[in-house]
Design a protein around this ligand. Structure first.
Ligand SMILES: [Fe+2]
Length: 301
């Protein structure tokens, strides 16, 4: 009968995974065991702390619903999401920078014609027109490329967080397909900085550690061009007070865009407009390759 002590135990558990047929799974599990054991040894973890951790993770799972992903949020605030992004995108010379997917890639991203208003129910936000283009690394336009966009409203909420989601369906989210010149555009409202959901265990963690829960204002983009690495990113609004302290560590300088205040009587697509509006212009450079494209939560097959 083997007698496992503090030091022999790790080797025994690592060995227990020795016959895992999938080599990558075996490697990941054995490294995970080593890291977890090292953490317990280094911190002299108490029974109370271990119990708290089990309870915290249990509550995190219980908070998840088909349209709420508390585990992605936990990964985001611990910097794990950005670290996975970083180790998978070490070489991006000339290509648009990536950032976290976040927990709000939800539901149907309905294809809409260029110039469409994706904020039809919002009556309070400042108007914004977004014009964009998708090219390869040499600036050649990529046509027929689907681009999913989503962002928070002027109260800092995504559609899926609001009570009227069931009746309104998706808003402030859509899909556009690039034209022959790689371009697409849409109308919307200016997003504002927002707190991540604080009514769950991740919010408890943020409060207990005296961190702030804010993310700087941004628009999410997911660009899926065939023959290119999927691009998951945000465009952040320059001047936001939380750009240097994003709670999920997602900001990169190259992703910050100046959003110009405008007073012209017509939008770039010729549509008449009254009052002031804002113009966001940003171009995406795609890197050749392939990769996993996430599916929105709750999306129909
Ligand atoms: Fe977001």
């Amino acid at each position: 009968m083997p007698q496992f002590n503090e030091n022999d135990l790790t080797a025994a558990v690592v060995k227990s995974f020795e016959n895992t047929p999938d080599k990558r799974a075996k490697f990941l599990l054995q490294e995970l065991v080593k890291s977890l054991h090292e953490y317990v040894r280094r911190t002299d973890l108490t029974f109370e702390e271990w119990e708290y951790a089990i309870d915290f993770l249990t509550r995190t799972g219980q908070k998840c619903t088909p349209i709420r992903q508390e585990f992605i949020l936990l990964s985001d605030v611990m910097g794990v999401s950005m670290l996975v992004d970083a180790v998978n995108h070490r070489e991006r010379e000339g290509a648009t920078q990536t950032t976290v997917l976040g927990p709000f890639y939800v539901g149907e991203h309905k294809e809409m014609p260029h110039g469409s208003d994706i904020s039809p129910y919002n009556k309070t936000g400042d108007k914004m027109f977004v014009q964009s283009r998708v090219t390869d690394l040499k600036g050649k336009p990529l046509a027929g490329v689907p681009v999913d966009v989503w962002h928070a409203d002027d109260d800092g909420f995504y559609d899926s967080q609001k009570a009227d989601y069931a009746t309104h369906g998706p808003s402030l989210r859509a899909r556009f397909v690039t034209d022959a010149d790689g371009r697409f555009s849409f109308r919307t409202i200016l997003p504002c900085s927002y707190p991540i959901p604080t009514d769950g265990p991740v919010g408890d963690l943020i409060t207990a550690t005296q961190r702030h829960p804010m993310r700087p204002a941004h628009v999410h983009f997911l660009v899926k061009a065939e023959g290119y690495e999927p691009l998951i990113t945000h465009v952040f609004l320059d001047g936001d007070q939380y750009l240097r302290s994003d709670v999920v560590f997602g900001v990169k300088d190259e992703l910050v865009a100046r959003v110009e205040p405008r007073n012209d009587a017509a939008l770039p697509n010729g549509e008449r407009v009254s009052g002031p509006w804002h113009l966001m212009t940003y171009e995406f450079q795609m890197k050749p390759g392939a990769g996993l494209v996430p599916r929105p939560m709750m999306a129909a097959e």
